[in-house]
Design a protein around this ligand. Structure first.
Ligand SMILES: Cc1ncc(COP(=O)(O)O)c(C=O)c1O
Length: 370
């Protein structure tokens, strides 16, 4: 029986290892374990890639969100408007500052924060808006930026799933006041371990995050505020710098795979496909369809060797960790509907034509037999 994994990191990493072996040996020989020249080189290249002035390398995407919000003085008691439909880290970043996440529902087509609902959620305590470019598709940044400018709010992008996605000709990470990236191994640009970064066009914000990540030192042993140890490792900088050269090609392959799925799965009753208005807006971190009776559908696919995922099953305001905010089921009807029916299909650059043909054939068969 054929089987198709949800994600295959091993083949990409094997290929990268040949490219990286000497560099890694050099890092060990030179003991360049934390920050250092490879991180600096990556920061410069990734900033250029995003069209941003600065990139600050960090130890993961969760801390990128935390550091960015801290740098903009998001304080206890402040409010940050965000989406209920994301990986939990979006809200960890907010919660770590002591601020309160305020949720508004998502748009039915893009599954991203619905800009039409944001203004009604603004209060005198609102400090920032934090959209997520979910599944790799850029959020409605023009509308969100307009709202933030009118209300003097910071716009912080959670770009953890969307390296290289564009909105209206601008690359994510350069559109808001700061962009937060994850380089978790399974991301479109993934490290050999944990890594993340913040991008920004602001000199003072970049300087503050550089300081915060390194114990807030201003000169050796002089700590000017509460600092953190959230620096990027040298090895991760080297891996990411080498992988960045391949990212455009990997993204193109993801787009080709997405077009194949979109063409082949079109018109299948009971299957809702992702909606994309601008092909450059999406880098297809995930290819997510909606089906009724999701668990049975996944089990049927699994039995035939097709692995799938769920991103994500529970609205963040319904998580026990955020119960104290007092949100109730029913407050986010679009999110709740999408979360109850979403299934992520296999999507990674190395996916072969034969594997995709198999996935499509099995989906058709499973749905026909319903
Ligand atoms: C939308 C989103 N935000 C934030 C993160 C956090 O990144 P990390 O896992 O590197 O902490 C992730 C990835 O896990 C993510 O998908």
């Amino acid at each position: 029986m054929t089987s198709v994994p949800f994600l295959d990191l091993k083949s990409q990493n094997r290929a990268m290892w040949a490219e990286l072996k000497d560099t890694v040996e050099n890092i060990v020989a030179e003991a360049q374990f934390i920050l250092g020249p490879h991180v600096q080189a990556f920061e410069q290249r990734f900033a250029e890639f995003c069209g941003a002035k600065h990139c600050i390398g960090l130890n993961n995407g969760t801390t990128a969100l935390h550091m960015a919000l801290l740098a903009f003085d998001v304080d206890p008691g402040d409010e940050v408007i965000t989406t209920p439909h994301s990986w939990i880290s979006t809200c960890w970043g907010i919660a770590y500052t002591g601020a309160k996440p305020v949720f508004v529902d998502i748009d039915r087509r893009s599954y991203n924060l619905d800009p039409n609902l944001v203004e009604a959620a603004i209060t005198p305590r609102t400090k920032a808006v934090l959209p997520v470019h979910l599944y790799g598709q850029a959020a409605e940044m023009t509308a969100l930026r307009d709202i933030c400018e009118r209300h003097n709010l910071r716009l912080i992008e959670d770009a953890a799933q969307a390296h290289g996605a564009q909105h209206a000709g601008h690359t994510v990470g350069s559109i808001g006041d700061a962009g937060c990236f994850s380089f978790y191994p399974g991301k479109n640009l993934g490290a050999f371990g944990e890594a993340g970064a913040v991008t920004t066009n602001s000199d003072p914000i970049a300087a503050r995050i550089r300081s915060l990540r390194d114990h807030a030192q201003d000169g050796r042993h002089n700590h000017v505020e509460i600092g953190y140890n959230t620096r990027m490792e040298g090895l991760q900088g080297a891996v990411l710098d080498a992988k960045l050269k391949h990212l455009a090609e990997w993204t193109q392959r993801r787009r080709d795979h997405a077009n194949y799925y979109l063409g082949q799965l079109k018109g299948i009753p009971g299957l809702t496909l992702p909606a994309v208005d601008d092909p450059l807006s999406h880098v297809w971190h995930l290819f997510v369809v909606l089906v009724n009776d999701r668990d049975q559908f996944r089990a049927d696919l699994e039995k035939r060797g097709v692995a799938t995922g769920v991103h994500y099953p529970t609205p963040i305001p319904s998580q026990p960790a955020f119960k104290h905010l007092g949100y109730k089921r029913g407050q986010f009807p679009v999110t709740e509907d999408v979360m109850s029916r979403c299934v992520s299909l296999p999507m990674f650059p190395e996916l072969t034509e034969a594997q995709q043909e198999y996935v499509v054939a099995i989906i058709r068969d499973v749905i026909n037999k319903r």
